[in-house]
Write a new protein. Structure first.
Length: 259
């Protein structure tokens, strides 16, 4: 998994354009075979993600981004210094999805689509919320933290291939409702629950595909149950969430499926 360790925190801001990386600001011309931001695949990949999310709901024109790219402030680097999140509005719900983890690595010769995934959280409680309220929400803090961990780990292809659904504990945002917190001050989550009606893959080119990976938060008793039981309990909790009608979403006030 590479550089391990959970990361928290984050800045908010607005930006609607690509940043060029620090290396790309150099006066030296790019070496032959190195990827630069005028590569047409950036626009193709951007539009492919937009098309998939548009199938789930209306997509806001504005993205959640940063006045200063977090990588310049010590956060894990994304494939380019553009780090952004889309807001998608299914009927009576809302999705916050990373947008850029699957970009090509600028100033490299790698042909891989970044970290091979984008991550998202579905928040019915934010349905109809204004942009600034979404940006300031604990739900955004959680998906931002997961996205930073994806970058820190160098991707999450290994656990998704090995386990399908896996679990994590994330640092709790300051505004997170207390009933979600474990005794360790963390928030448990299932990663990569899938349900009909929500995309789990995005096709970029004929042979280029990425995962769209959901974060689904767990209540403390569910978290401890999963920690104690491993793969079987992860699958069980995911199935109970689906049976209860919650699926991969993270309603703020749902009851435990173990109650």
């Amino acid at each position: 998994m590479g550089r391990k360790g959970l990361l928290g925190g984050g800045l908010g801001g607005l930006l609607g354009r690509l940043f060029r990386s620090g290396k790309a600001l150099d006066s030296e011309p790019p070496k032959p075979g190195m990827i630069t931001l005028d590569d047409p695949r950036y626009e193709r990949f951007f539009n492919a993600r937009l098309q998939v999310w548009s199938g789930a709901g209306a997509v806001d024109d504005d993205v959640i981004a940063y006045l200063v790219s977090p990588e310049f402030l010590g956060s894990p680097a994304w494939p380019t210094s553009r780090q952004a999140f889309r807001v998608v509005r299914p009927e009576r719900s809302l999705i916050i999805a990373s947008d850029g983890l699957s970009d090509l690595f600028v100033d490299s010769d790698s042909q891989e689509p970044g970290f091979g995934c984008e991550v998202f959280i579905e928040c019915p409680d934010l349905a109809g919320a204004a942009f600034e309220d979404i940006r300031g929400s604990w739900q955004f803090d959680l998906i931002e933290t997961l996205a930073r961990n994806v970058a820190n780990f160098g991707g999450i292809q290994a656990p998704t291939r090995q386990y399908g659904i896996f679990s994590m504990e994330l640092p709790a945002p300051a505004s997170m409702p207390a009933h979600w917190l474990t005794q360790r001050g963390t928030v448990g989550a299932l990663i990569n629950v899938t349900v009909p009606g929500r995309p789990s893959y995005c096709q970029f080119d004929q042979d280029v595909e990425i995962r769209l990976v959901a974060l689904t938060i767990l209540l403390p008793d569910e978290t401890e149950y999963v920690v104690a039981g491993g793969a079987e309990t992860r699958a069980e909790i995911a199935q109970r969430l689906v049976s209860a009608g919650t699926g991969l979403a993270s309603p703020a006030n749902r009851r435990s499926v173990l109650a």
